[in-house]
Design a protein around this ligand. Structure first.
Ligand code: SF4
Length: 452
């Protein structure tokens, strides 16, 4: 008797076979197509495991590529040359946590050193070369936000951020640095004398820095809208958008503030929100849709884009010459994060008298002011150094004025500008001047020039 003549074994898998071959025992077809049965892990998953599982792909994509091109466009790297504070390190740390080699306690403070400007993502070959094909984009900004949130969840706090967010919680607005009084009772003080209504289909949302410290910015915006005959109101009870809290890792607080604002818009039948601050624009177009999903049914309109359209349509015609030699500072959250760089230039080119010298890095590679991502709260010296670098670029163009469209960049840029004799002004205010509007309001949070 040969082996082939023997009766077959009862277990068809006990004999070697080639999948799909004719002549395989029929019983094989009945066996489910799986290699091994899943085994329950004997240990409970830890918060670190859950965190790294979520961010593993993003972090390993960077860690395994080793390009490091992003470092040269990173504003913090440009002034510190600290390898622990690069986009590369931010991803590598997540890999190290995944391997159990580092803890959130050991790395959390490194993640302060990021303005969340997004330059690294745009410079990354993983985004540049494969982005279109695979729809892949390196997600350093999201990774930094997520690590900061994980740190707060794990009870690891940065002292200045913790106290900043405690004060924001108490006052429903950011403390705005310095002695500026901030509270719900004063959130509409900037509009004194402008006769603005509350609520309605369209409302103007004013960020904390502009509402309490740079009150001339919202005054300029409101008066330009009135001149164009564009109907709008103010929020009944406006709280901070929550974006800065989310950037520093205080996500629960950010969500509560967002819920309050959404409820308030609904209570006044608001369908559309006008936004003058690029940081609010990111919150409303990126954070709020994540928090509320399809329930977030509010249209978000950036004032810069609206003004450019009103000028194109002939509803606004700047005619008073403004004799200045200027360049424009692209706010990171408009240009690098949202690709909005044409409309501010359209506004500037419509103002007679301006001699506009554009910066060499116009689009993706524009320079950061250092004013975002909570950096000025924990590391004001780094923000100051980054702003000084930005003003140096303006000085090289031999201008007398640097124009910005972001209230949060104006304070550090303005301070740096004093050393170089460069005036830092807001785009909306410049437009108001050319429209013949006397704006009023404060440029420094003090009583000088306060609302008329
Ligand atoms: S973020 Fe991109 S460019 Fe920077 S190190 Fe990682 S893979 Fe390289």
């Amino acid at each position: 008797m040969t082996q082939l003549d023997r009766p077959g074994p009862s277990d068809p898998l006990s004999v070697p076979f080639t999948p799909g071959m004719r002549g395989n025992p029929d019983e094989l077809a009945a066996i489910p197509d799986e290699i091994a049965h899943a085994r329950e892990l004997p240990i409970e998953p830890t918060p670190t495991q859950e965190f790294t599982e979520t961010w593993r792909n993003a972090a390993y994509n960077c860690f395994s590529s080793g390009h490091k091109f992003c470092r040269e466009v990173c504003p913090v790297m440009q002034v510190t040359r600290n390898e622990s504070w690069t986009p590369t390190a931010f991803h590598a740390n997540v890999v190290a946590m995944d391997k159990g080699e580092m803890t959130i306690e050991e790395i959390a403070s490194d993640y302060v050193n990021c303005t969340q400007c997004g330059a690294c993502e745009l410079r990354c070959p993983n985004t540049l070369f494969t982005g279109d094909f695979y729809r892949f984009r390196t997600r350093t900004v999201d990774v930094v936000k997520a690590v900061r949130a994980f740190a707060v969840e794990s009870g690891v706090h940065q002292p200045a951020w913790q106290s900043w967010n405690e004060r924001t919680e108490d006052r429903t607005h950011e403390p705005v640095l310095g002695e500026t009084p901030v509270s719900q009772e004063h959130v509409r003080d900037w509009s004194d004398g402008l006769d603005l209504s509350i609520g309605g289909e369209t409302v103007l949302f004013v960020d904390c820095e502009a509402a309490f410290y740079r009150t001339s910015v919202p005054r300029a915006v409101a008066q330009i809208l009135q001149l164009a005959g564009y109907e709008f109101g103010l929020m009944g009870e406006q709280w901070c958008c929550g974006g800065p809290a989310a950037e520093m890792g205080y996500v629960d607080q950010a969500k509560r503030f967002a819920q309050h604002n959404l409820d308030n818009w609904r209570s006044t039948d608001t369908k559309r929100v006008l936004v003058l601050d690029p940081h609010d624009y990111i919150s409303f177009t990126e954070d709020y849709p994540k928090y509320f999903g399809a329930d977030f049914d509010i249209e978000v309109v950036l004032v810069v884009e609206l003004f450019a359209a009103l000028i194109r349509d002939g509803r606004l015609t700047p005619s008073v010459p403004v004799e200045r030699t200027i360049t424009y500072h692209d706010p990171c959250r408009l240009n690098k994060r949202k690709g909005i760089w044409k409309e501010p230039r359209q506004i500037l080119r419509s103002i007679p008298g301006l001699d506009f010298k554009d910066i060499d890095r116009v689009t993706q590679w524009s320079y950061c002011s250092g004013g975002g991502g909570g950096l000025p709260i924990e590391k004001p010296e780094l923000t100051a150094a980054i702003s000084a670098g930005r003003v140096d670029k303006a000085a090289a163009l031999e201008v007398d004025t640097l124009v910005s469209a972001c209230p949060w960049s104006e304070r550090p840029l303005g301070e740096a500008g004093q050393a170089s004799n460069i005036d830092v002004v807001d785009l909306h205010e410049l437009l108001a001047e050319s429209l013949g509007i006397t704006v009023g309001g404060s440029r420094n949070g003090g009583s000088e020039g306060s609302p008329a």
